[in-house]
Ligand binder design. Structure first.
Ligand code: C5P
Length: 224
């Protein structure tokens, strides 16, 4: 089989897969695709244009025509910097809602594939290995238990690690897991050919090293 020069990293929200994927891409000199950002952008653009997160036909049109520009540091939507805005918890929920709709997923498929060039691509999301890049040279299911992920998210936004705000963060993560796992289209699950990377007790550097080690095993190349 001809493998694509892609490392596909799938996993639940707040697992740290974005950080790991971006670092791996940097180490290899490859590009990085945060596919969740495209679903988040679709949800935000819908909110800005008063389009319901359930209006499949209208959302698919928005997704296909997202006026987005990615740069190293920021994401511009219609010329406005939305790097922070797309990270809001309610936009995460909106992303999860619009991601259930087949027409939206189809509209975003080619967009995602277009990120692959001869340089190589590290892509993270929910269906990178199953649908978007099924011939990826390496597939990884990166996860951590829900409490650990809630703690990481809380630290990221400067929230305390207990109390009602923390409970809300944990509940949101569990609700999104549930929605992503149980949807009929592109459900979140570990593929039989994906390596399992459970980072509950692992730091970022160790996780990055493990991904690079698997890549070396697959391709027998030196990346150090
Ligand atoms: O990864 P992130 O949390 O930014 O993704 C936001 C939402 O977008 C997820 O909860 C999921 O429902 C959806 N998503 C998806 N497929 C992807 C990436 C994200 O369905 N490849």
């Amino acid at each position: 089989m001809n493998h694509q020069k892609v490392i596909a990293i799938d996993g639940p929200s707040a697992s740290g897969k974005g950080t790991v994927a971006a670092r791996v891409a940097e180490k290899l000199g490859w590009d990085y695709l945060d596919s969740g950002a495209l679903y988040r952008l679709t949800a935000l653009y819908a909110e800005q244009t008063q389009t319901a997160w359930t209006d499949e036909a209208a959302l698919a049109k928005l997704a296909a025509a997202l006026p987005v520009q990615f740069s190293e540091q920021s994401i511009l939507l219609d010329g406005r910097d939305v790097t922070q805005a797309i990270r809001a918890e309610h936009i995460g929920m909106g992303a999860s809602a619009v991601a259930k709709l087949p027409a939206v997923r189809t509209a975003l498929l080619q967009r995602q594939r277009a990120f692959l060039t001869e340089r190589g691509l590290v892509a993270d999301g929910r269906d990178m290995g199953s649908t978007v890049f099924p011939d990826a040279v390496l597939k990884i299911f990166l996860t951590a238990d829900a409490r650990t992920r809630a703690e990481r998210r809380a630290k990221q936004i400067g929230a305390p690690l207990s109390g009602s705000l923390f409970d809300q963060i944990l509940a949101d993560i569990e609700a999104r897991d549930e929605a992503d796992r149980n949807r009929p289209i592109a459900p979140l699950r570990r593929l039989p050919d994906a390596e399992l990377l459970d980072t509950t007790h692992m730091g970022i550097d160790e996780s990055v090293e493990q991904v690079l080690a698997w890549y070396r095993e697959k391709t027998d190349v030196k990346t150090a």
